[in-house]
Structures are given as C-alpha cells and as structure tokens.
Design a protein around this ligand. Structure first.
Ligand SMILES: Cc1ncc(COP(=O)(O)O)c(C=O)c1O
Length: 406
C-alpha cells in the first residue's frame, strides 16, 4: 500500500496555497490586527432585510424544487434574467446555450481552465494578475507566462513578442487571462482602445481571451462612466471571449453564485466539467439571487455601493497622502476594492509584511501576483471591507512599519 504522500498525483504535489488565504491565516493569529489583506465586500452593505424576505418567501412555499438538486447549467429563470438584463446592459448578446451558472467565478476560472488547458500549455497572464487565477491555472499544470501592464492595461507589444517567441519554440499558447475592470490587484481600468486592440491581437494569434469581471459595476462616479467598463465580450464578433461575472461584490459573496458566458462549444464542455465537480451550484442560493434581481434589490443598491467604496478609496488615499505621500506611489483606482502601492526603494514586500504584523496591520505582498518571481516592490491594500477609522489607523500603522523597516 502506498503512503498518502506517494499516492498524490503529480498535479496535487504541485498545488499552491493561495497567498491571500495564507496572509489571512497569519493575520488571524494577531489580536487587534487591521487587515488590508482580505478583499472582502463591506458587510454593512449587505441588504439583510431584503434577503431575509426573499429567503423566507421561498421557504414558506414548501416547493420541493427550492431545496432539490437543480440543473447543472443553473436555475433557468436566473439565466433568463441575466440574458435579458445583466448581459444586455453590458452590451453582451448571448443565448441560453452560452451561459453556465458557476459556484463563484473562482469555479469559472477552474472550469474554463479544465476545458482549455492540457498540461504544459501556455496561459498568458498580466504582471501582476489575480492570485486565485494563478492558483487555478497552475493546478491544471499550465505554464504561466507574464506580460507587463502599462497605464492602459496589458502591454500588447510585449504580448505580441511573447506569443511569437513561444510559438516559434513550438509551444501551445491557449488563452490570455485579463481583468479589464479595476483589476485585482492593480486597480487598473483597461482603456477602450486597449480592449479593442487586445481583441485584434487575440484574433491575429488565434487565442481565446478569458475576461474576468467581478468589479465592473463598482466604478467610482467621480472619474468613471459605465461606458468605460464595457466588456471585451460585448465586441466579440468571432466567439473567442469567455466572460466571467459574479454576484459576490454586487450582492454577497456567501451565496457563491456567478456566471460564465462562453461560445456554445466551450459552454457545453464547461457544463460537463461542472457536472463532475459539483452537479450544480447551490439551488437555494441561486433562487435567492434571482429574487434579489427580480425585486430590483441589486439594481437599487448599486449606486450606494459605488459611493460607499469610492468614499473608502478616498479615505485611504488621503491617509496615505498625509503620512506616506513622500514614500510610496500609486495610481488612483477608478473603481473596485484595491489600492496598489509601490514601496520605497529598498523596502521588500516580505520583510515589510513581517514587520507590519508586529505593528498589527496586514496587506497582500506584491510578489503573490507575479508569475515571474518579481513584484517585491509592491503591496496590495484593500479598502473595501473595513471602516474608514480602521483605514486611517491601519495606514498610520503601515507608515510606522515602513519607517522601522530601514
Ligand atoms: C479578479 C477576481 N476573480 C475572481 C474572484 C472570485 O470571485 P467569486 O467570489 O465570484 O468566486 C475574485 C475574488 O476576489 C477576484 O478578485
């Protein structure tokens, strides 16, 4: 009989722990810690009364289907609502056969990876990119190649050069993963021109684009218009974009309800992969989310969420400006949950992280978002899930940690 360790697959032996979760675990052991690490939505914005009413109505009906297994594709009225409103409003025209409800868009990343990646295939990601996507693709034995960003988004000259080189080396480049709206971690909004040119580059190199968009609705109205967040998928004339949306940031993350819109041939395989993964996403959760759409709850709270997070962003920026303005640099995020700072020269993210814990503040190290071993001069600060007072106090603590670092 093999020992548990020798029984593990080669893939499992290479599984990586999420740096964000690890940071959270380290931080949880520190009493009184202020965490800039977790990118959680603000719990004070959860629409408790509406959710209570919707859930209670659903349960009062004693309809067996509410608590039964459901279709792998997802709850049909939820998909139909998305097709008629959520997707249409984003400029995406799709049919029922193109949509799969997923258990969070994190599952969407895994399932898209499962149907597109063979071991050793190349996936292009940005430098930096979402660490949960790195984990998903890495675990499927993809070879992740990073392409830098400039102020407008992924650098297409560098993308062209990388893809050309990789193809010359006989490698199979499968897809490019991007988060055009308020990227996690850099907070960057990809320009409209860059989106168009990325689609053209994908066409030229015959690549799929995996577009992850959990933050698109959280744009800050002082600098951003809804048109600026138009998904690449909306202009996908030849069916090469797989789009992921999620209810985690615009309603609550605890339901784990999200969706994928993909060319039907991909969606069909994703449905089969999902069948093997979990049969279906939580049926009750999907019905509550559908109720929240149907009663206009999500639409009603959207402007409040935008101003709530915009305010917290401003508080964090002002705090940083006043105590660290001459030491760290950043670009103002125009939406989303994150402020991405460049640390003073000579300050390393890992060393600072250790020191920050002693000052009872945490963040996610920049290098967790880089697939090329770089990023040690950056830190991701999340302002979404904590109060303005905690933001001010946390930035003071961070400033003390940086001052003690050298
Ligand atoms: C870019 C990105 N993609 C996907 C996810 C996963 O979200 P979900 O809660 O829908 O699984 C997150 C969560 O933080 C994220 O930031």
């Amino acid at each position: 009989m093999s020992s548990a360790r020798t029984a593990l697959s080669n893939a499992a032996l290479r599984f990586q722990e999420s740096a964000i979760r690890r940071t959270g675990i380290l931080g949880a052991a520190v009493p009184g810690l202020i965490s800039f690490a977790a990118g959680y939505p603000a719990p004070e914005m959860f629409p408790w009364a509406d959710l209570q009413a919707i859930a209670s109505d659903l349960l009062a009906r004693h309809d067996g289907n509410t608590l039964q297994y459901g279709a792998t594709r997802g709850y049909r009225p939820l998909i139909e609502h998305l097709l008629a409103h959520g997707l249409k409003d984003r400029g995406i025209s799709a049919g029922f056969e193109d949509v799969v409800i997923t258990t969070g868009s994190q599952q969407g990343l895994d399932l898209a990876g499962r149907v597109l990646i063979d071991p050793g295939d190349v996936v292009i990601v940005e430098l930096p990119t979402y660490s949960g996507a790195i984990a998903a693709f890495h675990n499927l034995q993809a070879d992740l190649v990073g392409v830098p960003q400039d102020a407008e988004g992924i650098d297409l000259v560098a993308l062209d050069a990388s893809v050309t080189r990789l193809k010359r080396e006989g490698r199979r480049v499968k897809f490019v993963y991007v988060t055009p709206n308020f990227q996690n971690p850099a907070g960057l909004l990809m320009s409209a021109a860059r989106r168009r040119d990325l689609l053209a580059a994908a066409r030229r190199h015959d690549l799929v684009i995996l577009e992850d968009d959990p933050y698109g609705s959280i744009y800050f109205e002082d600098s951003t218009r809804v048109e600026d967040t138009r998904p690449i998928k909306a202009d996908d004339a030849d069916g090469r974009v797989v789009y992921l949306g999620s209810f985690s940031k615009v309603l609550v993350p605890g339901f784990r309800v999200a969706w994928m819109v993909a060319p039907a041939a991909i969606a069909q395989k994703v449905e089969l992969a999902k069948q093997a993964a979990d049969l279906c996403s939580g049926v009750f959760d999907q019905r509550v989310v559908h109720g929240a759409l149907d009663r206009g709850v999500i639409q009603r709270i959207a402007p409040t969420l935008r101003s709530h997070y915009q305010h917290k962003r401003t508080v964090m920026e002002q705090s940083l400006q006043s105590v660290l303005g001459d030491r760290v640099t950043w670009t103002t995020p125009r939406g989303g949950f994150f402020l991405w700072i460049e640390l003073p020269a000579g300050v390393d993210d890992l060393t600072l992280f250790e020191r920050a814990l002693k000052h009872k503040v945490s963040f996610v190290i920049g290098s967790a978002f880089f697939v090329d071993g770089g990023g040690h001069q950056f830190a991701r600060l999340s302002f979404s899930g904590i109060t303005p007072e905690q933001i001010r106090e946390g930035v003071d603590r961070l400033a003390r940690a940086i001052a003690n670092n050298q």
